[in-house]
Design a protein around this ligand. Sequence first.
Ligand code: SAM
Length: 220
Amino acid sequence: MTWAQSRDRMVEQHVIRRGINDRSVTMAMRTVPRELFVDPGFEEFAYEDAPLAIGQGQTISQPYIVALMIEKADLDAGDNVLEIGTGSGYAAALVSRIARHVYTVERHEPLANQAKRRFEKLGYRNIDVRIGDGSKGWIKAAPFDAIIVSAGVPEVPSSLKEQLDLGGRLVIPVGEGEPQRLKRITRTGVSQFEEEDLGGVMFVPLIGEDAWTARHPMYT
Ligand code: SAM
């Protein structure tokens, strides 16, 4: 089976069959080579619906959950998007195939640099990567039409809500333990937000000033 056939099978079996119908998401997943976003030696597992270790104690998320989060972010071709928790770069790469521009932040320098190299190799030029704490967002690139947070927070950081444009969507795993609840927060007015619960998820913690560090020393 070729990589393209493996991608199509993953999309059919693990994404569409589980209810993801947004064609922009499924097209992006048929296009982006996930085998190039896993560690050497793990390529044969790239199209299983599972998270995989990527070094620094971190993981590339399960394809179905990535698809769900991107679908719920409700992206348009003109959107300016922030992704927090670059990891392997796979989710940012998918978003870059759908939206106008992606800003992504990763606290582990080796992961951020590796993701940058992958984007360069693939010619994905509409992605900016920053090394640092993404829990406060990326003020200079705001406002965002969508913010996707790929790690769990104890409560929704207000700085992220403030960086949403009017009508903007924030998709984020929230909770004091595991599993967290996946939430979508939509900015409906200058200081009005609507919150929806999208179900249970399991994410590594977001470590940062507006996330797990100060209040929860177990995650420092
Ligand atoms: N989106 C990634 C992908 O497609 O491979 C998977 C993300 S992984 C589940 C979560 C990532 O969030 C890890 O790489 C971790 O280092 C990063 N992270 C945790 N706290 C962070 C913070 N405050 N700012 C930026 N990145 C953070």
